[in-house]
Design a protein. Structure first.
Length: 320
């Protein structure tokens, strides 16, 4: 798309539970999710691409990548599936911060649980080897959720400390061309740095940002990709685990911990290693230092999403 990118400030909807208020915000923004989907699409097998087009009635992954955000208004139950609040205090670079599945994702009601649940749902349908099962609303929506939630899980401030809702309550100044500079820290990591990079470095063309991620995968990230697809403790690749719920959970939990580590080591700290406070201005140096982490997390998300989809759809016997 050859246009100057515009982005609206994320809107927040407040959902009440017995103990806390959760503010929902969309991870990586529209651009980020579309880029993750395009990276995944570039790496999936032809067989996988055929299954995806069949389920989505010809739509591309990038066209449905933001659907899970778009339906939150009408499906309020899904709001809490986009993030993880780490219930640890303190949770910072000096003390460390750990994602504990049983504590931070009770009843699988978090983004890690959502990835597992919708992957399992989609796998059940695929294993029926039935075109009727795949040509269904259940399959369509499960795929849309998987595509989106894998992206969410890789945004550091979507797996961050409960005390500030992943930076939502930390207001900062950060320059985004044509969009102003009044945001919260979560906004900056959702879309601010991606949109700034698209507009300043890539002439407002999202596809050029995507091309840069693909270039990094061929060069700087090349030797790291195989490690991204390994699950801790098993010695096996992601595609070998997708049908084994307990081992896949370990893998997905590791992705969550990666995001938490990036949040406390980078997102919450300025370029001098100082904790970012409400009202701070984020410098150009912060942007320059943190953008590579955003790029890397987008790349990791796309690579892992592609591997997960390949496993699901290359196990089919039915011809599409």
């Amino acid at each position: 798309m050859n246009r100057h990118h515009q982005v609206k400030k994320s809107f927040f909807r407040v959902f009440f539970s017995l103990y806390l208020i959760v503010q929902f915000v969309s991870s990586f923004g529209h651009d980020g999710h579309e880029i993750v989907a395009d990276v995944a699409n570039s790496r999936t097998l032809l067989e996988t691409n055929g299954a995806i087009k069949y389920i989505l009635n010809g739509q591309k992954l990038s066209e449905i990548a933001n659907w899970a955000d778009d339906v939150v208004k009408d499906r309020s139950w899904s709001a809490g599936l986009h993030f993880i609040n780490i219930m640890q205090d303190p949770c910072d670079a000096s003390s460390g911060c750990d994602f504990v599945y049983e504590r931070d994702c009770p009843d699988n009601a978090c983004v890690a649980g959502a990835v597992l649940n919708y992957t399992a749902q989609l796998r059940t349908l695929v294993m029926q080897n039935s075109l009727v099962a795949l040509n269904s609303t259940v399959a369509d929506e499960a795929l849309r959720f998987v595509v989106h939630f894998v992206g969410d899980l890789h945004q550091p401030l979507h797996v961050a400390r409960d005390s500030d809702r992943g930076g939502v309550v930390t207001n900062v100044q950060f320059y985004v061309p044509g969009q102003g500079d009044e945001w919260n820290l979560h906004n900056v990591w959702d879309f601010g740095m991606i949109v700034r990079s698209i507009n300043e470095t890539f002439s407002g063309q999202q596809e050029l940002f995507t091309a840069e991620i693909l270039r990094l995968l061929r060069t700087e990230y090349k030797d790291a990709v195989d490690g991204w697809l390994q699950c801790p403790g098993s010695g096996r690749r992601l595609v070998e685990l997708a049908g084994e719920e307990n081992e896949l959970r370990t893998c997905v939990a590791d992705w969550a911990q990666e995001s938490t580590d990036a949040a406390v080591a980078e997102a919450y700290l300025d370029e001098n290693g100082q904790e970012i406070r409400d009202g701070d201005s984020l410098s150009d140096a912060y942007y320059t230092a943190r953008l590579p982490t955003v790029q890397r997390r987008v790349a990791m998300s796309g690579v892992r999403l592609a591997a997960l989809l390949d496993f699901l759809f290359t196990s089919m016997d039915a011809d599409i």
